[in-house]
Design a protein around this ligand. Structure first.
Ligand code: SIN
Length: 284
């Protein structure tokens, strides 16, 4: 079956109009979605009314799902495969995930088993705001000069879960526990996409502390340059959510950020499944 598609930007993203995820989906259609997802990086399907079980079952057709063991406070109470991104207080206390994703990143880059893709279903959105921004790390890589490509080829970047600003607000006890769960991991700075063969920058806003073999002072100007270059509006897409929107993003060709551009106290709730990619990297 040929999918009914519409491009979201010139470089990446596509909307598929004619899929209902609550209905059985043939292997041939899954193969088409997989191909489109790899080629365009981001797939949007609107008006999806699905249960967590249907969300999990659909996601499994693309690979093994993360059970979010190291991110236990964010898990759905009944489904380990569902990571909840929520600003809704629980028993009068702030939600553990209220500030998740407030920096540009590729999911699980700080682990030895980073995410291939994330499948995100919108449950509740603020009246205005709560948008997600995506940037194409493939388009960013392509537009570097040949000399810069040569310079960064072979660099390994150390990703540290604890280096983001929100982690630094946690108590020493919590940080010590998180350090046991999340040791810094070195990842190649330039990734070759296993399906398309295209190169992309594996970059992040605050997670990268340094390049292997270089000091933080030597590394950071490069990290800043490559990061700022990647999030140039030329390579981005901003999604304004409506309840029922379902977006699948490819973490090997995109980075994303959850914006806090909504009223304090407004409710925002999403369910995410995470398809694991190839095991990559090593402890730094
Ligand atoms: C995430 O990083 O998985 C969350 C993105 C969002 O809340 O928009």
């Amino acid at each position: 079956m040929a999918l009914k598609t519409k491009r979201l930007t010139n470089t990446f993203g596509v909307e598929i109009a004619d899929i209902d995820l609550s209905k059985p989906i043939s292997d041939a259609t899954i193969a088409e979605i997989w191909k489109t997802w790899n080629e365009r990086g981001l797939v949007l399907m609107r008006n999806q009314s699905i249960t967590p079980e249907q969300h999990i079952a659909f996601s499994r057709r693309f690979g093994e799902l993360d059970k979010h063991e190291a991110l236990e406070p964010f898990r759905h109470p009944q489904f380990d495969e569902i990571f909840m991104v929520s600003t809704i207080p629980v028993n009068g206390k702030p939600s553990a995930s209220e500030n998740v994703g407030r920096h540009w990143h590729s999911d699980l880059s700080y682990t030895l088993h980073p995410a291939m893709g994330s499948l995100f279903h919108c449950q509740v959105v603020p009246e205005v705001g709560g948008d997600t921004l995506f940037a194409s790390t493939t388009a960013a890589y392509d537009s570097l000069s040949d000399k810069m490509k040569e310079l960064i080829d072979g660099l390994w970047a150390v990703h540290d879960y604890l280096s983001t600003p929100t982690q630094k607000l946690k108590s020493p006890e919590v940080l010590a526990r998180l350090r046991e769960l999340h040791r810094p991991v070195a990842q190649p700075l330039v990734l070759t996409h296993p399906v398309t063969g295209r190169k992309a920058l594996y970059i992040a806003e605050t997670l990268i502390t340094h390049f292997v073999g270089m000091t933080a002072e030597e590394s950071q100007p490069f990290v800043r340059f490559l990061f700022n270059h990647t999030v140039d509006p030329l390579y981005t897409y901003r999604h304004k959510w409506t309840k029922g929107d379902f977006i699948m993003w490819d973490n090997r060709s995109l980075i994303h950020i959850a914006l806090s551009d909504f009223e304090k106290g407004a409710h925002r709730l999403f369910f995410r499944t995470t398809v694991l990619g190839e095991q990559r990297g090593h402890h730094a």
